[in-house]
Write a protein that binds this ligand. Structure first.
Ligand SMILES: *[C@@H]1O[C@H](CO)[C@@H](O)[C@H](O)[C@H]1NC(C)=O
Ligand SMILES: *[C@@H]1O[C@H](CO)[C@@H](O)[C@H](O)[C@H]1NC(C)=O
Length: 275
């Protein structure tokens, strides 16, 4: 109160004083050395936090291996997937536009299997695991697209879709280190009374052991999964009825009848062809 009477413009000048007080040399109520100390404190404090963070991160990363994931199932079982990636395939034969998306999907997927690319890979001995534990850069066994014959999309560019006998590609998910025993093959069955004729490529749905084991994305960058193509030999009587088809990997120790996981070693999809 008294202050105010002495200095009529008191409020303004105390505000100015607060920002910079020429008498004491204070800036925002603190001297330069006080500010410097505060600044120094925070630099040290945050520097310490950042250091702690980096150190723990570094220690953790040291325990990881670039080549194999750290956490894995006991003995991982692969799931099956199909291409085209649609579990409910509908084909309208009088409308090529309608099924062209399936054809494009297959075409895109098979680009990695083009013979010209695969020729750069190794022709591995058949029926044996291709072990290369000691090599730094793992080689890849070739899987030529042309092995899929009528389902390769080479001679028949619509993969049988235009004639109502579509090809479906079956692939097994990659599992690092997996070495299936026995002689794995894919067996598909239509869930109905009369069996449905199907044609497999490679013959008998055979999956060669040479494609195992897989060494992981980093070591085995160009790895291609083996494929099995199944051509559904439908005829006119099969049109307009949704068909349920189940494919399983058999002849091996891989699980294919897990009650909880419908994709473990097997896959079920539907196909309906209309005219
Ligand atoms: C199939 O396509 C034709 C021509 O586009 C169309 O007239 C017909 O209704 C379609 N059929 C079905 C079942 O969608
Ligand atoms: C394929 O599976 C069906 C049904 O499970 C079975 O009857 C048939 O014998 C199997 N075929 C082969 C070659 O294993």
């Amino acid at each position: 109160m008294a202050n105010k009477e002495e200095k009529p413009e008191g409020k303004e000048s105390s505000w100015k004083d607060f920002i910079y007080n020429p008498r004491t040399g204070e800036f925002l109520g603190r001297t330069a050395s006080s500010w410097a100390l505060i600044f120094l404190f925070y630099v040290v404090f945050y520097g310490f936090l950042a250091g702690m963070f980096s150190l723990t991160m570094w220690v953790m990363l040291q325990t990881l291996d670039d080549y194999t994931p750290r956490y894995r199932d006991r003995v991982a079982n692969p799931g099956l997937m199909i291409r085209p990636s649609d579990l409910d395939i509908k084909i309208n034969l009088s409308n090529p536009q309608q099924y062209s998306s399936y054809v494009q999907d297959l075409e895109r997927f098979l680009l990695d299997y083009n013979d010209i690319l695969q020729e750069q890979n190794v022709q591995c001995p058949e029926g044996k695991y291709f072990l290369q534990d000691n090599e730094e850069e793992k080689k890849v066994c070739q899987f030529m697209r042309s092995q899929l014959r009528q389902c390769s999309g080479l001679a028949d560019t619509t993969f049988g879709f235009s004639e109502g006998q579509p090809c479906v590609l079956i692939k097994m998910n990659r599992v690092i280190g997996l070495m299936p025993r026995g002689q794995p093959y894919v067996n598909c069955t239509a869930k109905r009374e009369t069996p449905l004729q199907m044609q497999y490529f490679p013959t008998e749905g055979h999956i060669d052991k040479m494609y195992f084991p897989y060494y992981g994305k980093k070591a085995h960058a160009k790895y291609v999964q083996p494929l099995v193509a199944v051509k559904l030999q439908l005829n006119e009587q099969d049109y307009n009825i949704p068909l349920t088809i189940e494919c399983k990997v058999e002849g091996t120790d891989l699980r294919n009848n897990d009650e909880r996981d419908k994709f473990l070693g097997r896959i079920t999809f539907r196909v309906k062809v209309t005219k």
